[in-house]
Ligand binder design. Structure first.
Ligand code: 3PG
Length: 398
């Protein structure tokens, strides 16, 4: 259901779930992409005269108030971007939340304190989450689900509240689902997927699903060393998940059977230690010296990956190719990002998913407009690529 289905919103209190789980350095927001992505829906609601009550989480506090996870920096940034003061309630459903919501005028926005300060938010007990959802519902007349990054979570502010208030999907959730379904539905081919990031164990489901969907799978990042090890190559001190080697061997076999091309790096940047200024050298991927660790794919691999992307018609990318936060190990991620930008300019539909790769794209200075879609979802976009049903979406369809 769209926001239109909620009828005339003037003077109505609308509870919005956003994903404001932004990276922080102390109290400084280092990437405000998720806040900016929420603005169109919030503006749409304020323009309609709604009294907007936003709820969000930050980090993973343990179900109790913890100042380091306060949404205060988010409230300040949101206020700047919306060009209005955004009051932060001191609690979620307590006296401060009630006073804050009662004080809202038409077109104003307030933020409730971190939903995860209440243990019922993430409870596995349905009745506990339902109880919190009931209390949240008393603060509002309608609910808009717009935190795409959390729709894979069966949590009170995402899932249960949608069952007790008239509910609709916000513009961000709609556009994310529309874009991602171009890859998960019937992608235009060739369909190439670039996977990176540190752990193969986080990506098992998505790899298994992609082996039946994609034409090419390009693998980099820390997870690639488990692939190299599965092929019998020695990986020195590189990140290795030994308990996943058998699973990866199985993937290599099914890729061959299904005609899916798996593209691995041919060279890597091997460093003496995990540090920005560590001595490093480019080595062939099958001869990583003992005592060194691969921290990026090498220049030949960057070229190879860009070639494999050049004729793709659909591209999905999740996870950086190396430790891009350190300049010496950022070239592989840059090469892939550039390859995707070039393929997009030639007509490919490209999706960048996963908090890290979206942040990498921005931190490395790429223009977001060079990609067809930069997802705000990390786990959520991965689970969609994995072919899973997401509770925060199914509840809106019900
Ligand atoms: C994210 O950062 O991917 C979302 O905000 C979800 O956060 P979570 O993994 O802590 O539920």
């Amino acid at each position: 259901k769209t926001i239109d289905s909620l009828g005339d919103l003037r003077g109505k209190r609308v509870l919005v779930r956003s994903d404001f789980n932004v990276p922080l350095d102390g109290t400084t927001i280092t990437d405000d992409g998720r806040i900016r992505a929420a603005l169109p829906t919030l503006k749409r609601l304020t323009d309609a005269g709604a009294r907007v009550v936003v709820m969000a989480h930050l980090g993973r506090p343990k179900g109790t108030p913890d100042p380091q996870y306060s949404l205060a920096p988010v409230a300040a940034r949101l206020g700047e971007l919306l060009e209005q003061d955004v009051t932060l309630a001191e609690d979620l459903v307590g006296p401060s939340a009630k006073v804050t919501v009662d004080a809202l005028a038409d077109g104003q926005v307030a933020l409730l304190e971190n939903v995860r300060f209440d243990p019922r938010e993430t409870s596995k007990v349905d009745a506990e989450r339902a109880e919190l959802a009931g209390e949240l519902a008393q603060l509002a007349d309608a609910f808009v689900s717009d935190g795409f990054g959390v729709v894979h979570r069966k949590q009170a502010s995402v899932y249960d509240v949608a069952q007790v208030l008239p509910a609709a999907a916000g513009g961000l959730v709609r556009s994310e689902v529309e874009s991602l379904s171009k890859a998960t539905g019937d992608p235009e081919r060739p369909y190439a997927v670039v996977l990176g990031g540190s752990k193969v164990s986080d990506k098992l489901g998505v790899i298994a699903n992609l082996l039946t969907k994609a034409d090419r799978l390009l693998i980099g990042g820390g997870m690639v060393f488990t692939f190299l090890a599965a092929k019998g190559q020695s990986v020195g001190n590189s990140l290795l998940e030994e308990d996943q080697i058998e699973a990866v061997k199985g993937y290599l076999d099914s890729a061959e059977k299904n005609g899916v091309e798996i593209v691995l790096p041919v060279d890597v940047v091997a460093a003496d230690s995990f540090a920005a200024d560590a001595p490093h050298q480019v080595v062939a991927a099958d001869s990583i010296p003992d005592g060194t660790m691969g921290l990026d794919i090498g220049p030949e691999s960057g070229k190879l990956f860009a070639e494999k992307l050049a004729d793709a018609k659909t591209i999905a990318w999740n996870g950086p190719m190396g430790v891009f936060e350190f300049e010496a190990f950022a070239a592989g991620t840059k090469a892939v990002a550039q390859g995707i930008v070039d393929a997009t300019a030639d007509g490919a539909f490209s999706i960048v998913g996963g908090g890290d790769s979206a942040a990498a794209v921005r931190a490395l200075g790429f223009d977001e407009a060079g990609f067809s879609h930069i997802s705000t979802g990390g786990g959520a976009s991965l689970e969609l690529l994995e072919g899973k049903e997401l509770p925060g979406l199914t509840v809106l369809a019900d």
